[in-house]
Design a protein around this ligand. Structure first.
Ligand code: MV4
Length: 447
């Protein structure tokens, strides 16, 4: 087992990783930017190294600075968390070169899933259902128009280097194709330095359902069932839950087996997530694979009684997994508490937290790095806490979540709490029958 892990991240996920390392008897090294000197991850780690100024490029994204910190502290592994360098193939490769175990996917695995058209072809070839569309990249706008006429509109063009909704355009009729093509090419070329596009039939009002998987170094893969992430605004998830209200045990087993097939096809090592779209007929299609631990991993931990960070560390150290799949024994939901004003277009609201009280009680978990007197820097993402609630039924989770949200006190900044309170009373949300388009028509003005 590792003796010392460097955590190449900040905020709640850095704390989350430190907690598991402590329980496993593994020493920890925090890295921090000058904006994070007063952060809890710095205080709770065994050692801490300043890696640069507030700007992420010069600190949390600086590969030389992080490798140097690992070298001087003699860390034998690096946990990247999510975001930052967690899906950077170059970083994974450099860690390997320096003999530091990267707790995540190999450079090859990151590359094969990072190029979305390649990822889709890999999944299709291993028997995972994919959305009908172009076979790989589109060669020309004419090919796109011809395929779209054959398939029927609406269609969607997606940037192969994109993901998370960037560089894609929905097209409703042939005459709009050229402009959408030009816009998507321009946008993806500028954003990613790669303007390759592929085409798909547009699935209207789907659910976003993802399967958590874990693979070990012997090529074995298991799944831990689904998370429903359909409550999103502009591709930012706000609420996640498991089990999904629309997934039957039969569908769960089918999606789980498909996810395992896809991950096994690339010899996937570590924790990963296979994202699917589920249409109104209950048909599911591969969308993307995330080769990292995700923000919403705690709801899976709560319903399967599995520490996913511990599992990541164990498989990285070469410990084999049991090989069985895990199904939900409870219901869990996570609300993302962001320092944003939901009444004003979710405008970031950084600043000092003047007063803070976390909710507690049975079935309530908070993953957070903030405290009374803490100042939220404006340099990083605005998530300041995850409120995770567990219960015996979805109805119990909804009432418990509302109770916990009402107990939550954060003063000095605006947060997404008022939005979540309103959501817990929404009849459509309570019914469980909503799609990824749900928040497009939600009234945020009276929060
Ligand atoms: C789609 C789609 C409908 N049909 N692809 C959004 C993020 C990126 N991962 C892919 N996305 C979508 N791809 C086809 N063929 C609808 C979306 C989509 C979406 C997906 C999941 C959750 C929220 C979403 C919001 C808008 C669009």
């Amino acid at each position: 087992m590792f003796k010392k892990i460097l955590i190449a991240n900040r905020g709640e996920i850095a704390l989350r990783i430190i907690r598991t390392c402590r329980e496993m008897g593994i020493k920890t090294v925090a890295v921090y930017s000058t904006a994070d000197r007063e952060s809890l991850h710095v205080r709770f780690a065994d050692e801490a190294v300043c890696i640069g100024p507030a700007a992420s490029r010069q600190s949390y994204l600086s590969i030389p600075n992080i490798i140097s910190a690992a070298e001087i502290t003699n860390a034998d592994a690096i946990h990247p968390g999510y975001g930052f360098l967690s899906e950077n193939a170059e970083f994974s490769r450099i860690c390997a070169e320096y003999g530091i175990k990267f707790i995540g996917a190999t450079a090859d695995q990151i590359n094969s899933m990072g190029d979305k058209a390649t990822a889709k072809a890999t999944m299709r070839d291993s028997g995972v259902p994919v959305i009908p569309g172009s076979d790989g990249l589109l060669e020309s706008v004419e090919e796109g128009i011809r395929l779209s006429n054959e398939m029927g509109y609406p269609v969607i063009v997606k940037a192969t280097a994109g993901g998370g909704g960037r560089g894609m355009r929905i097209i409703h009729k042939a005459e709009d194709f050229q402009k959408a093509w030009d816009d998507a090419k321009m946008e993806s070329g500028a954003a990613f330095g790669n303007d390759g596009l592929y085409l798909e039939k547009f699935i209207e009002e789907p659910r976003h359902i993802e399967i958590q998987i874990v693979g070990d170094q012997n090529g074995r893969v298991c799944h831990l069932s689904e998370r429903d992430c359909s409550i999103q605004r502009r591709h930012q998830k706000l609420v996640e839950e498991t089990p999904s209200p629309i997934v039957s045990q039969e569908l769960r087993e089918k999606m789980g087996e498909a996810a395992i097939k896809g991950a096994a096809a690339i010899g996937y090592e570590g924790a990963g997530t296979i994202e699917f779209l589920v249409d109104k007929h209950g048909k599911f299609y591969f969308m993307e694979m995330n080769t990292r631990i995700q923000v919403e991993h705690p709801i899976t931990e709560e319903v399967t009684d599995f520490d996913l960070i511990k599992e990541q560390i164990k498989v990285a150290a070469g410990v084999p997994i049991s090989g069985t799949n895990y199904f939900p024994k409870l219901y869990a939901m996570e609300c993302r508490i962001n320092a944003e004003d939901p009444k004003n277009n979710f405008r970031p609201s950084p600043g000092k937290i003047t007063n803070l009280h976390f909710p507690g009680g049975h079935g309530v978990r908070i993953d957070s790095h903030v405290y009374a007197g803490y100042t939220i820097p404006s340099n990083y993402d605005s998530m300041i806490a995850k409120l995770i609630v567990t219960g015996q039924s979805r109805a119990e989770v909804l009432t418990r979540m509302k109770r916990a949200l009402q107990e939550f006190v954060i003063e000095g900044i605006k947060t997404t709490i008022p939005f979540h309170i309103k959501l817990m009373d929404d009849e459509t949300f309570k019914s469980g029958l909503f799609t990824t388009a749900f928040l497009e028509t939600f009234d945020f003005s009276d929060l």
